[in-house]
Design a protein around this ligand. Structure first.
Ligand SMILES: C[S@@+](CC[C@H](N)C(=O)[O-])C[C@H]1O[C@@H](n2cnc3c(N)ncnc32)[C@H](O)[C@@H]1O
Length: 185
């Protein structure tokens, strides 16, 4: 796990608090979920790729195939962990998913994301995976604006270099509490 991911996990755990119920989008092989659970969070593992869900089940974990664009997200959750996953959604799909995640999260709940910094989108072969995958690149301003428009309040954002010469953007956002007047705070 990269130091940046470890630091993001620290910040997320600190904000959510032990015992918080977390929805993970795009669990993949499940390294992050293990780290979150080791810190006391309760993680619902999901992935759109059945092979990853099968792998997690073979490892004795409960996991389900979930497309956050169309499937019932259940909840409400205390937080959502979506690391290195929302970058695989198109620029039109990601705002919809951000909104749906907000609706599945309690007021005051948290969202952690990471995407790659850049412009445009592309099908790329990256890292150890032979097949091309679709990436949508985001600038910090537009990624934070998409979250704000979807009902989140971004409280932290930061960039760090990746192993492949790319730059990762990490964000931590919160669902505002409604005030007595109906304003969001
Ligand atoms: C780069 S891996 C990241 C895995 C894990 N979150 C991590 O950081 O180690 C991307 C993961 O997102 C999943 N994924 C891709 N597109 C998705 C989508 N539209 N909805 C949910 N998961 C998706 C992939 O199957 C894969 O498990």
């Amino acid at each position: 796990m990269s130091p940046a991911t470890a630091a993001a996990i620290d910040g997320f755990v600190e904000r959510c608090g032990a015992g918080a119920r977390i929805l993970e989008i795009g669990s993949g092989p499940g390294h992050d979920a293990l780290a979150l659970e080791a810190r006391g969070l309760l993680v619902d593992r999901t992935d759109i790729t059945p092979a990853f869900v099968d792998l997690l089940r073979e490892r004795g974990k409960t996991a389900k195939v979930l497309d956050p664009l169309i499937d019932d997200l259940a909840g409400p959750y205390d937080g959502v962990w979506a690391s290195a996953v929302l970058l695989h959604l198109s620029r039109f799909e990601a705002p919809v998913v951000l909104y749906r995640l907000a609706q599945a999260t309690v007021p005051g709940g948290w969202l952690a994301t990471s995407v790659k910094v850049g412009d445009g989108d592309d099908w790329l072969i990256r890292g150890s995976i032979a097949g091309a995958r679709h990436f949508t690149f985001w600038q910090r301003e537009s990624w934070c604006a998409a979250q704000e428009a979807a009902g989140w309040s971004v409280v932290e954002s930061g960039e760090n270099p990746g192993r492949l010469g790319d730059t990762w953007l990490r964000t931590l956002a919160r669902r505002p509490f409604a005030t007595a007047t109906g304003d969001a705070r």
